[in-house]
Design a protein around this ligand. Structure first.
Ligand code: ADP
Length: 405
């Protein structure tokens, strides 16, 4: 099946076009600066260099039409006509409590995504815009929503509830949702394949470490806990996000610094994390450079990151009653061997031992990094959220179901 995967942001629309059976990427790219000056489409056919075309893209619908024109053009295209697109899979950030699986898009599914806007005000509106742009440009082509939150819907109340007045949960659905679910699920499934054991038997901690980072406890194939919460601000410290802090800091800072809601949100989301601590950068490559040149705050930021990671691994092993594997994925998890090593340091007592020789220098390839004698495996597994969305889309369209657990 040929599946187009769409990840629509407020001013961008990223796409990957798959042959979903083989996982081959036929083409990929992104429409950039939609609705702004200097908009363009960056496009590449499989194995070829990128081309950038400056195009007027006043809105997502026009962007979608131009993407379709690229895919079908004689010069840059990979198909003769739009009719060859069998289905479209959309990344949708928040599915609230409504979606524990992916869903074939219908008017009622769109309405439910709209209901979740207060939970993800920056993400769900552009995701919906992307869906509607595709509906307009490709009428009749089945569309599927794949939610970042869905995989985590198996958490039980003791894991997802906050100790706030229960009425606030009733009124606003304030609870832990978790994010990066497509990635956690994908790497957990790959881990089971690598270990040659059924996922239903395994206790896995998946560490998705990128600009945004989250950790999940996947017991017998189901997420039982995860570090992000109502929003993607919670959990371990990130590039620019603070992660878990004492909630009293919020009102303290608002008072001391005279901050309004926008101001405090900006401090916690954009000025904190390893950027805030180091004062150098949110990018771990810059932090490593700075630390090598003697910058103590850059070293501190990375130490904090690894220490917090390690604490979550320990906590989730306790929550699952054991651990069979730790998986590292995403930009940092796949590329930064120092962070991998330090995140499992001193966990030998739990049977987690990383082979430093195998780990060192390794980037972006699937590999078992466990040292001899390790009872829990340490795995590097590159994530592929787009392929996971393509496969989910194929599954939903083939099964013909409206919503699937
Ligand atoms: P996002 O959450 O935006 O998708 P990524 O998963 O791309 O983020 O992760 C970004 C982080 O990954 C950065 O801190 C960067 O240092 C690290 N990273 C990405 N690629 C590499 C690489 N090739 N080598 C080292 N670090 C990398």
């Amino acid at each position: 099946m040929k599946v187009l995967v769409i990840n629509a942001g407020s001013s961008s629309l990223k796409y990957q076009f798959f042959e979903s059976k083989t996982g081959e990427v036929l083409a990929k790219g992104s429409a950039e600066r939609i609705g702004l000056d200097d908009s363009s489409i960056i496009h590449a056919r499989n194995g070829e260099d990128k081309v950038t075309l400056d195009l007027d893209l006043p809105d997502h619908k026009e962007a979608m039409e131009q993407v379709l024109a690229m895919l079908t053009s004689s010069k840059y295209g990979v198909i003769h006509s739009m009719m060859e697109i069998d289905a479209v899979g959309h990344r949708v950030v928040h599915g609230g409590e409504k979606f524990s699986g992916s869903a074939l898009i219908t008017p009622s599914v769109k309405a439910a995504i709209r209901v979740c806007i207060p939970l993800a005000p920056l993400h769900n509106p552009p995701n919906l815009t992307g869906i509607e742009a595709c509906e307009a440009a490709m009428p009749g082509v089945p569309q599927v929503a794949v939610f970042d939150t869905a995989f985590h819907q198996t958490m039980i109340p003791r894991a997802y509830m906050y100790a706030l007045p229960y009425e606030l949960y009733d009124e606003y659905r304030i609870r832990r949702y978790g994010f990066h679910g497509t990635s956690h699920r994908y790497v957990a499934e790959r881990a089971a394949e690598m270990l040659g054991r059924p996922l239903e038997e395994l206790k896995i901690v998946t560490c998705h470490l990128g600009n945004g980072s989250s950790i999940a406890a996947v017991k017998h194939g189901k997420c039982i806990d995860t570090s992000m919460g109502l929003t993607p601000l919670a959990g371990i410290c990130m590039g620019t996000r603070c992660g878990d802090i004492d909630p009293a800091i919020v009102t303290f800072l608002m008072e001391k610094e005279g901050l309004d809601m926008k101001g405090i949100n900006s401090v916690l989301n954009k000025k904190s994390g390893v950027l805030g601590v180091s004062g150098v950068s949110s990018d771990f490559r810059d932090l490593e450079d700075a630390a090598e040149h003697g910058n103590d705050r850059a070293r501190l930021a990375m130490d904090m990151f690894c220490y917090q990671c390690r604490k979550y691994i320990g906590a989730y092993a306790a929550a699952m009653g054991g651990i069979d594997a730790v998986v590292f994925t995403a930009g940092i998890g796949e590329n930064n061997w120092n962070i991998r090593r330090d995140s499992v340091a001193e966990l030998e007592y739990m049977g987690i031992r990383i082979d430093e020789g195998k780990n060192k220098g390794l980037r972006g390839v699937q590999m078992d990094l466990s040292a001899p004698g390790s009872t829990a495996s340490v795995l590097l597994i590159p994530t592929n959220e787009e392929l996971a969305i393509a496969r989910e889309t194929e599954r939903i369209v083939s099964s013909g179901s409206a919503t699937v657990e």
